[in-house]
Write a protein that binds this ligand. Structure first.
Ligand code: OAD
Length: 249
């Protein structure tokens, strides 16, 4: 993999890096992306599965879909892209700002993760907001939305649905870290979903160098200072290996 000399020089002196990630980083783990030929939103309607209205109308169906996605996320493993990002922490102050809800950055060992769209393993009661980890959910009947052990309210996944606000504290934190980073890697995202996509732009307007890692050109490509085209599971370990060489000198 060819990494431009000028980018290597920037990596040599950089101290803080933000990784802004999307579904593409988990593609090599076997988790479907949302857009593109095999994307989930090509086969399913988000408004029927990923909105509060849909949940209130068909709680069992929406719950089952998230149970399905949870079981996939649980059985898949982080890939070399997730592990490379975790290992960057040996050389830099690293913040991972992710749109993903699959928990794979955490399982790969990243220690500073900001989840803009929530985490599929966390759940809460829509009535009293009691939180439930995956293992704590009272699953009494398969295919049926579980009910809160305290108040009987329906339990929903702690993810951001269409029409819902992003968690404000997480977003503000992400904006702070992106805008105080030397480099922002934008990895495996189609770069079309806002407000999440404002984060890389905050980084850029504060002077960070933007590096896109994607298998193909996106709406964001022309905004990036560098485009590293290829699978994140190959590109990120290649960049990391170069850093190891640089830092050994
Ligand atoms: P998308 O499915 O929109 O985009 C995935 C991106 O990953 C595409 O640009 C692909 O080219 C790229 N890609 C695929 N495989 C790759 C690989 N091995 N290495 C590098 N890149 C690869 O997913 P997101 O941009 O994450 O929101 O979607 C953003 C949001 O839209 C999601 O968080 C979700 C969805 O609706 C919510 O659920 C709120």
């Amino acid at each position: 993999m060819d990494i431009p000399e000028s980018l290597l020089n920037i990596l040599k002196s950089a101290e803080k890096i933000t990784f802004f990630t999307g579904a593409g980083i988990s593609a090599e783990s076997g988790i479907s992306t949302f857009r593109g030929a095999d994307g989930l939103w090509n086969k399913l309607k988000p408004e029927e599965l990923a909105s509060f209205d849909a949940f209130m109308k068909n709680p069992d169906i929406v719950w089952e879909w998230y149970e399905h996605r949870r079981s996939i996320a649980n059985e898949k493993q982080p890939n070399s892209g997730h592990y490379a990002i975790a290992e960057f922490e040996k050389f830099y102050k690293v913040v991972v700002v992710t749109q993903n809800v699959d928990n794979l950055h955490c399982r790969a060992g990243s220690s500073n993760i900001l989840e803009l769209h929530g985490n599929i393993m966390r759940n809460y009661c829509i009535n009293c907001r009691k939180f439930y980890e995956d293992s704590e959910i009272p699953r009494l009947e398969k295919g049926k939305v579980p009910e809160c052990t305290v108040c009987g309210g329906w339990i929903r996944p702690d993810v951001v649905w269409f029409g819902e606000m992003l968690p404000q504290d997480v977003y503000n934190n992400a904006e702070f870290h992106a805008s105080t980073s030397d480099i922002c890697f934008v990895v495996g995202t189609s770069a079309v979903v806002y407000p999440a996509m404002y984060i890389p732009f905050s980084a850029k307007s504060s002077g960070a160098v933007l590096v896109e890692v994607n298998i193909e050109k996106t709406d964001f490509s022309s905004e990036a200072h560098y485009n590293l085209f290829g699978k994140s599971g190959e590109v990120l370990p290649a960049v990391l290996n170069k850093i190891k060489e640089l830092k050994a000198i």
